[in-house]
Ligand binder design. Structure first.
Ligand code: ADP
Ligand code: MG
Length: 288
């Protein structure tokens, strides 16, 4: 690996909005045989829109949304942004939330107007109120469950569509000889399988309901190496560090992910993953 080739490739990549950090990164990109994508904010746009508020009996839907959005001010998750946007759009004024805390990547808790709010996965809310029940979900939809003052208060249903060029990106990667393309997500399996299918990833390549350490375990065990991991969130920092090449996506600027990554894509464009592999191949003239 001549330094001259490395510098040429790095500056070519930089012109494309692809910041390459490590010395061996371009060569590993050139030789990559597996690509793992995070779902939310990576394969999907990461701008979830509120579809429906399913308030529990006796709960006012706008009140549910207002309290959930108030607590979400303490989260950096893309779903939190979607909940807050939806509340503002309905003209709901957010209340001050104190003692906010992100809960093991599955949601957030905070105290709002003297009541403890828990917002996140159904399993998380069930730890507060075992009677919490799931929402009915259509394709590409995900649910955020809410507990208020120790009681299940309902579900918020959000839709986070696939990025328009996600399927084309997966196809081109396969055409470039990438053996395995997989999706890793903390979200539920039904949502993940349906979104992955639209991206051209078969159900056997979908790993859902994962914790950050599960993502690390799966990437570390992938058979065809080097493995490229593409992610966007704070939660993705460990797996980006564990992959042979970690690519952090997005102008959103999740610093923890960017710091753990070997490559940072400065524009919010998943197609840059293909360009990164191509620059690597061009630099190292890898013929597969
Ligand atoms: P992904 O791996 O697809 O990016 P994450 O691991 O970040 O997903 O999140 C997993 C799940 O946890 C989300 O699908 C969501 O159900 C829930 N979750 C995490 N943080 C929040 C939050 N702040 N508000 C609502 N739900 C959350
Ligand atoms: Mg994500």
């Amino acid at each position: 690996a001549a330094p001259v080739a490395f510098l040429g490739g790095t500056s070519r990549a930089a012109h494309l909005g692809i910041v390459v950090k490590g010395g061996g990164t371009l060569e590993a990109l050139a030789r990559a045989r597996s690509v793992a994508f995070d779902k939310t904010g990576t394969l999907s746009r990461g701008e979830p829109e509120l579809v429906r508020v399913d308030a529990a009996p006796g709960t006012d839907p706008d009140e549910l949304l207002r309290l959930a959005a108030s607590a979400e001010q303490h989260s950096s998750h893309v779903l939190a942004e979607g909940v807050i946007r939806a509340a503002r759009r309905r003209g709901l004024a957010l209340a001050e939330a104190v003692d906010g805390e992100e809960l093991a990547t599955h949601g957030v808790t905070a105290t709002v107007e003297g009541r403890q709010i828990v917002v996140g996965k159904l399993q998380l809310v069930r730890e507060t109120d075992p009677t919490a029940y799931p929402a009915e979900l259509g394709a590409g939809q995900t649910a955020v469950s809410v507990a208020v003052g120790g009681r299940f208060a309902g579900n918020l249903v959000l839709a986070d569509p696939l990025r328009p060029n996600a399927a084309a990106t997966v196809q081109v990667l396969r055409d470039l000889g990438i053996r395995d393309v997989v999706v890793l997500t903390g979200d539920n399996r039904t949502t993940a399988v349906s979104l992955a299918a639209d991206a051209g990833v078969e159900p056997s390549g979908v790993h859902a309901e994962l914790l950050p350490q599960d993502k690390v375990r799966i990437v570390t065990a992938m058979p065809h190496r080097p493995v490229v991991m593409v992610g966007d969130g704070i939660n993705d920092a460990p797996v980006l560090a564990a992959a042979d090449v970690g690519i952090a996506m997005g102008a959103r600027g999740a610093t923890a992910a960017s710091e753990a990554a070997d490559v940072v894509i400065t524009r919010d464009d998943i197609g840059k993953v293909v360009q990164a592999v191509e620059v690597g191949r061009h630099t190292y003239r890898v013929a597969l």
